[in-house]
Design a protein around this ligand. Structure first.
Ligand code: NDP
Ligand code: AKG
Length: 429
């Protein structure tokens, strides 16, 4: 699995950062492989009576700083390599935000839009049946990612509780409020990204009314950050979803586009059936075109490997904020840097989601639930503090913001590896 390209590329970021930290070799050695990887087959009885088998995965990359934490993705391209890479990124994201978690991730290779709601529920419960011995509130905690949502998290928590014969809220975050979810989790990824941009506003010379933004992906992460930026006065000139994008140099009416996209969900449908392309009268563009627009801020908020060595030279944005995980390859990073395009990395920019997941886990453990204002206040405090710390490392050491974020995370992981001592037995933690 470790020879696979996405993971090899992800590891290169760590190699770069190692030059700027003074840590024992044990730290890198302990971070070279995932702690555990599980591959499963999930049998699902389909509505027509047939049996289908789906492939699923859960990877616990590291748990030195706490239980593994990370989302579950439903997508046709989910692979062991992708899940391992996503779990690797979660490890550094949780450390960069100083959350007491390691990194994990899961996924199922499926086109969830092709399933009925009942099939989706059976698949989600089957996934938990198959991984139940691998996860737990103090072992590995699930959450939403691409094409999973609070409803699916609720099914997963319920299934785990059935297996354990007790209510186990803390094994899944991103749940519906009715099942112990947290205020603010649904919008946390986009809101966290907004706080990162807001924190850097003066350093980057951003005047909202004069700043143009293009956002790729109009889901939980992309639609929220677009809305927050639009509300703050930024001019969102392009947005897209899986079927393409729209462009309007004078700026798009984001609340209306969001409302219409949401309305396309229907009463029973889990996923939005409409595309931003068909919703309003604007110039239709492709996802590839969107990336090449001359804008101040480009926000990839869909899938990984969107900006590669092939198109990096055509990127005309001044700043890129990675709301998606892994949207830029390491080869593209080098080209963008040469072209003076400043990249703000996924492990910082999209960390609002896992931060509010942490708050949800804390609330589940204490049994005391927070008001929305408390969640927002603590999210903002954390995003601002860690953004400033990472920016400072980048400026002081003259390194990219991505490398600075890895340095920041590595110092915390390194301290935990060292504090654990030299024990090498298998019974970890
Ligand atoms: N949810 C979370 O809490 C977090 C998510 N992230 C990351 O953010 C990114 C987006 O996740 P999230 O918003 O939650 O997922 P969602 O499932 O909510 O939305 C995904 C969005 O991406 C669009 N999309 C899918 N494929 C493509 C494509 N090939 N090109 C352009 N757009 C596409 C979808 O289009 P359509 O509407 O047509 O289906 C949809 O608008 C992922 O990289 C994820 O890992 C990171 C941290 C936390
Ligand atoms: O909320 C979480 O635990 C993790 C969300 C996630 O999968 C991510 O940050 O990529």
């Amino acid at each position: 699995m470790t020879n696979n390209r996405l993971f090899d590329d992800a590891s290169q970021r760590l190699q770069l950062a190692l030059k700027y930290v003074d840590l024992p070799d044990d730290v890198l050695t302990s971070l070279s492989y995932p702690k555990a990887s599980l591959s499963i087959s999930i049998p699902v009885r389909m509505d027509d009576g047939s049996l289908q088998i789906f492939q699923g995965y859960r990877v616990r990359y590291d748990n030195t700083r706490g239980p593994a934490k990370g989302g579950v993705r439903y997508h046709p391209n989910v692979s062991p390599d992708e899940v391992q890479s996503l779990a690797f990124w979660m490890t550094f994201k949780c450390a960069a935000l100083n959350l007491p978690f390691g990194g994990g991730k899961g996924g199922i290779t499926v086109d969830p839009k092709a399933l009925s709601k009942m099939e989706l529920e059976r698949l989600s419960r089957g996934y938990v049946d198959a991984i139940a011995d691998f996860i737990g509130p103090d072992i590995d905690i699930l959450a939403p990612d691409v094409y999973t949502n609070p409803m699916i998290m609720g099914w997963m928590m319920d299934q785990y509780s059935i297996i354990q014969r007790q209510v186990c809220r803390g094994v899944v975050t991103g749940k519906p409020l009715a099942l112990g979810g947290s205020q603010g989790r649904n919008s946390a990824t986009g809101t966290g990204a907004f706080y990162v941009i807001e924190t850097l506003q003066s350093q980057l010379d951003l005047v909202p009314s004069e700043t143009t933004v293009a956002v790729q992906g109009f889901g939980n992460a992309g639609a929220v950050v677009a809305s927050q930026l639009a509300a703050a006065g930024y001019r969102i000139v392009a947005v897209s979803d899986s079927r393409g994008g729209i462009y309007a140099p004078q700026g798009l009416d984001i609340p209306s586009i969001r409302q219409q996209k949401e309305a396309s969900r229907g009463i029973q449908a889990v996923y939005c059936e409409g595309t931003v392309c068909s919703l309003v009268e604007h110039q239709v563009i492709t996802n590839e075109d969107l990336l090449k627009l001359e804008v101040d801020i480009l926000i990839p908020a869909a899938l990984e490997r969107q900006i590669t060595a092939e198109n990096a030279d055509q990127i005309e944005a001044r700043y890129i904020f990675e709301v998606a995980n892994g949207p830029i390859t390491s080869a593209a990073d080098a080209i963008l840097e040469q072209n003076n395009i400043l990249v703000f990395p996924d492990i910082l920019v999209n960390a609002g989601g896992v931060t509010v997941s942490y708050f949800e886990w804390v609330q589940n453990r204490s049994g005391l639930y927070w008001e929305e204002a408390q969640v927002q206040g603590q999210l903002q405090e954390k995003m601002v503090a860690e953004t400033q710390a990472i920016w400072q490392i980048s400026q002081q050491q003259g390194i990219s913001v991505r490398t600075a974020a890895y340095v920041h995370a590595l110092n915390r992981i390194g301290a935990a590896v060292t504090a654990k001592g030299t024990r090498t037995d298998y019974l970890n933690p």
